[in-house]
Design a protein around this ligand. Structure first.
Ligand SMILES: [Zn+2]
Length: 422
């Protein structure tokens, strides 16, 4: 079995504790030893890499991934893309994610039913480079909900499929599962993008949510939900949803409910899209009403998330990368957004980006510790001092997935050794 020994690392181990110097031995897919007494490990037949003080840390996890988002300005552009082109774009997107240090991605929805599934299968078969992927189905929405872009005079596919009433939701959830998804997605609340109302509206009924959750859990699958409104968060928790996205308008009662299920439920703010809309969209690029909705959303998130952190609710980074102003590959910008908007320290934000994400994936990864999967990054620099270096893929000197070096930039290692010798 292949072995790699990283010597002279600074280890940031995924727990939030301070970095420490160590040597780390990887055996096959797993971390075998993290030795704080450096220079003591017998390299045996291992490939020895002198990290020269670079940081070894867990691989990043995108917790609200949309590999089928195409960097287009409007949601309808996603629906307009034919399946053949769409699959190729998704194949490029997963490679981009891995290139940027994301060794895992938990999908928050696939714009077409089978794309996540076939991409996941190709990655697992070793046919396509990409992160470990949890495949989701399309967003299940109600008539007039987020992703229903039909008009009375015109049918138009979007990134969602419409299902009204528990019977239709049941049938659609079963169809998604038959086709191989790991999770289904329910759009419980409205969104700034919908014509029927702003995010504080809740449009999917408890009977519909319960139908989706029952089917998914019958088949041992998870349920992800789009919940901007407080009432949507409450319905999601009451009906047994597993992953609750956005949640920025959560009130005290919604926060209490989230706290009551914090051992089981994960939350993701998808803050990148709100940040980009408010701070980076050129003047006039957004309809004034849309802009105001995003501003309210960002302000609400800045109130809700520090409270969630205080209550120990597990939050993951990522989300809604794949629009024009949040292009795929820039997902690690979320770490700085957590610090600048949501009150997280750099170490706390990095925990959301690594060990929380791995727990959401359901994999034994996310820590640089003995026995954990060797999904690791070797970073030129200190990501706790400056998390933005993780946005620069040239600073990711090594990217390992299950012990396999997807990337190992030996010339960067050499330059570092020369700098150290000077
Ligand atoms: Zn999303």
């Amino acid at each position: 079995m292949a072995q790699t020994l990283f010597r002279n690392c600074r280890v940031w181990d995924g727990s939030g504790a301070a970095t420490f110097p160590a040597d780390v031995l990887i055996h096959g897919e797993h971390i075998r030893t993290v030795a704080r007494d450096r220079g003591q490990l017998d390299p045996g037949g291992a490939d020895v890499i002198d990290a020269n003080g670079m940081t070894l840390m867990p691989g990043l996890v995108e917790g609200h991934s949309h590999i089928t988002f195409i960097n287009a300005p409007r949601p309808t552009d996603i629906g307009d893309t034919p399946p053949e082109e769409h699959t190729l774009i998704a194949a490029r997107n997963v490679r981009l994610l891995l290139d940027h240090g994301f060794t895992s991605a938990y999908s928050a929805a696939s714009a077409k039913l089978r794309i996540d599934v076939v991409i996941r299968n190709a990655i697992e078969a070793g046919e396509l480079p990409g992160p470990r992927l949890r495949a989701c189905g399309p967003e299940i929405t109600v008539t007039g909900g987020l992703g229903d872009d039909r008009r009375v005079h015109q049918f138009r596919d979007s990134f969602a499929i419409v299902a009204d009433g528990p019977t239709e939701v049941t049938k659609l959830a079963r169809l998604c599962i038959r086709e191989g998804v790991d999770s289904i997605k329910l759009n419980i609340s409205g969104d700034d993008f919908t014509r029927t109302g702003a995010p504080p509206r809740t449009v999917m009924s408890e009977a519909e949510i319960t139908a989706g959750v029952t089917v998914a859990h019958d088949f041992y699958r998870k349920v992800n939900a789009h919940c901007r409104a407080a009432e949507a968060v409450k319905r999601a928790v009451r009906c047994g949803v597993d992953v609750i996205y956005h949640c920025e308008h959560a009130d005290e009662e919604a926060l209490d409910l989230l706290e009551s299920v914090k051992e089981r439920v994960f939350v993701g703010p998808a803050i990148g899209l709100l940040h980009a809309a408010v701070h980076e969209a050129p003047a006039g690029a957004l309809h004034p009403g849309l802009r105001q909705g995003f501003e309210l959303g960002l302000e609400a998130a800045a109130r809700a998330y520090p409270e969630m952190k205080k209550r120990g609710i597990r939050v993951v980074i990522g989300g809604d990368y794949g629009f024009a102003r949040t292009p795929q590959g820039e997902n690690a910008r979320d770490i700085a957004h957590f610090i600048n908007h949501l009150g997280y320290s750099p170490a706390e934000a990095l925990v959301c980006a690594t060990s929380h994400g791995a727990a959401l994936m359901g994999i034994h990864a996310g820590y640089v510790r003995k026995g954990f999967l060797a999904d690791l990054l070797l970073v030129d620099g200190d990501p706790v001092a400056d998390p933005n270096i993780l946005c620069d893929k040239d600073r990711l000197v090594a990217i390992l997935k299950g012990g396999d070096a997807y990337k190992l930039d030996r010339s960067a290692l050499q330059r570092r050794t020369m700098r150290a010798a000077e």
